[in-house]
Design a protein around this ligand. Structure first.
Ligand code: ADP
Ligand code: MG
Length: 548
């Protein structure tokens, strides 16, 4: 069974695998005659849920039964829900419906699918990552791992052009988000002297409310205005059907303008036909400020890595098909811009990554077999995949800082603090261990809380106090309680018993472990879902920082 890479996008999703030669290929969406599936769900009635282009065609007429941009909601603490025909759907469940559509795509073409890698934006925190993984599991996948989108894009670029050390700026303009990432690809050698390529994320930036939709909206407003002017109407006079007609034509017109100098749009304005000719120059003029906005984010992201010299700029995301984008980026980075299948690069990179994982795991669950006996010939796919494993090592950055809540006894009065073990931007997987002690003799248990935040300070105020009551923190630090681990202590445990606490962070979540070094007893949990959080308010059962 092949392993698949999935780009679960805000507006479009895409699925890819390696073909028999080990090259990534996208599974076509024949129904919509496209390489991607629109990430839009239409709840037509209780028996029919539609995902993809057909769902998109109901946005203006039946908007309250259409869900789009669900990726913006996934894993948010106060996650909104959607209700249709008496059933409530979470963003995780909506995402699972989109993933199921991708699964059906593979199956309808005779493929078998189980093991997948799903991509996430580099800036996603733990909860967004967990929720994405959960959506994959709900769709029936075995989610081998998550991988950051720009890393996947860089991987698919590496597979094409294998070069010396490079610093790459990934400019990803999708439908609803804009992400800038600086990644460094460097050559290194393993113990046996074999060369491999390392991919490090150096800086990220962008805006999760800036994307192709803004270009659509400008075109929509323009066409609506012309329709009104030509027919002597005001915007309020325009019927919902006409709006839907415009809505379903703007994206097509925008795509046409990527290829041609002008596009004709025919709109049925409340029963009478209006023809509008839009030139590329007009379109570029009405959206010039949006292009400038993206370039400002490029500047501010570059400012985070003042020493970086950009060798290559990768254009990723469907919106980079617009010539105005390529022109603007080319003007800033002359001769350095590369663009290959911008709407498929992330899924293809994820497929490459998935195959690397499977090879690492010894080919389990895959038809990419690794030779077991000496002398047996590996298949072409396996040799290519092995070559890739030898070639790449992905080192991502932690998207947040993480650490436990513990009592600081050295302060003027004992204070509950968050000790930041692992800081935002550190290499991932990251591991940190520290020894703490019970507050008092004969303490029955310890509540070890794990927090996520966006600060690089060593200690912070946690978002709950020692008793679990919410408390105010600096909003810029975005402190979140991830969950807690209960460590039971045997009777008569003295207060000088060292308890060794370890945090481990990788792209899929946070692993917390506590070891009672007197008894050797290990307590551990993998924090990855909302339901992991089961924080009772209760008397203090904390760990303190220093020994007496
Ligand atoms: P996501 O935001 O989900 O990651 P994509 O990277 O596939 O999605 O980008 C989708 C956006 O790209 C949409 O706004 C779509 O209209 C736009 N797009 C796709 N093809 C073209 C094209 N040929 N010209 C202009 N825009 C395009
Ligand atoms: Mg994308």
């Amino acid at each position: 069974m092949a392993t698949y890479g999935i780009d679960l996008g805000t507006t479009y999703s895409c699925i890819a695998r390696l073909d028999s030669n080990g090259n990534p290929e996208v599974i076509r969406n024949n129904e919509d005659d496209s390489n991607t599936v629109a990430s839009v769900v239409f709840f037509e009635n209780e028996n029919n849920v539609v995902v993809g282009q057909a769902a998109k065609e109901n946005i203006e007429t039946d908007g309250d039964r259409v869900v789009q941009f669900v990726k913006r909601e996934i894993g948010k603490r106060d996650m909104r829900t959607y209700e249709f025909d008496g059933k409530t759907y979470t963003p995780v469940e909506i995402s699972a419906l989109i993933l199921t559509r991708l699964k059906n795509l593979v199956e309808s073409q005779g493929g078998k699918i189980e093991d997948v890698v799903i991509t996430v934006p580099a800036y996603f925190g733990l909860e967004e990552r967990s929720a994405t993984k959960q959506a994959g599991e709900l769709a029936g996948f075995n989610v081998l791992s998550l991988v950051n989108e720009p890393t996947a894009a860089a991987l698919s670029y590496c597979a094409r052009q294998f070069q010396e050390d490079r610093t790459i700026l990934v400019y990803d303009l999708g439908g609803g988000t804009f992400d800038v990432t600086v990644v460094k690809m460097s050559m290194a050698q393993n113990e046996s002297g074999k060369d491999f390529q390392k991919i490090n994320v150096l800086a990220t930036g962008g805006d999760d409310r800036l994307g192709g939709k803004d270009w659509d909206d400008r075109l929509f407003d323009y066409i609506l205005r012309v329709c009104c002017d030509e027919n002597g109407l005001t915007a309020e006079d325009i019927e919902a059907e006409t709006r839907q007609d415009i809505r379903s034509k703007v994206e097509e017109a925008k795509r046409k303008l990527s290829k041609k100098q002008s596009a004709k749009v025919r709109i049925d304005v409340n029963g009478s036909r209006t023809e509008i000719n839009i030139t590329r120059a007009d379109f570029e003029q009405m959206t010039a400020d949006k292009v400038a906005q993206t370039m400002n984010f490029v500047e501010s992201t570059l400012a985070k890595v003042p020493d970086a010299v950009i060798d290559t700029v990768l254009l990723v995301g469907g919106s980079t098909y617009m010539p105005m984008i390529k022109d603007a980026v080319e003007a800033k980075f002359p001769g350095k811009v590369q663009q290959h299948d911008p709407d498929q690069a992330v899924a293809k990179g994820a497929a490459l990554y998935a195959s690397m994982l499977v090879v690492e795991e010894g080919g389990a669950g895959s038809d990419i077999s690794t030779p077991t006996e000496e002398g047996s010939t590996p298949t072409e796919t396996s040799s290519k995949a092995e070559q890739l494993t030898a070639k790449f090592i992905v080192e991502d950055q932690t998207p947040r800082s993480f650490g436990p809540g513990v009592m600081d006894m050295k302060a003027s009065k004992p204070t509950y603090v968050l000790e930041n073990f692992i800081k935002i931007g550190e290499k991932m997987p990251a591991v940190f261990t520290k020894t703490y002690y019970p507050m008092e003799d004969n303490q029955e248990r310890v509540r070890l809380r794990a927090f996520e935040n966006m600060s690089t300070e060593d200690t912070l105020i946690p978002c709950v106090d020692e008793d679990g009551n919410p408390q105010a923190t600096d909003p810029a630090h975005n402190v979140k309680l991830l969950g807690e681990l209960i460590v039971n202590l045997p009777p008569e445990t003295p207060r000088d018993t060292p308890i060794k606490v370890t945090f481990k962070v990788d792209a899929s979540g946070v692993h917390v472990e506590a070891v009672n070094t007197k008894t050797g007893e290990v307590f551990e949990t993998f924090l990855r879902t909302e339901s992991d959080i089961d924080v009772e308010k209760s008397a203090v059962h904390q760990l303190r920082i220093s020994a007496d």
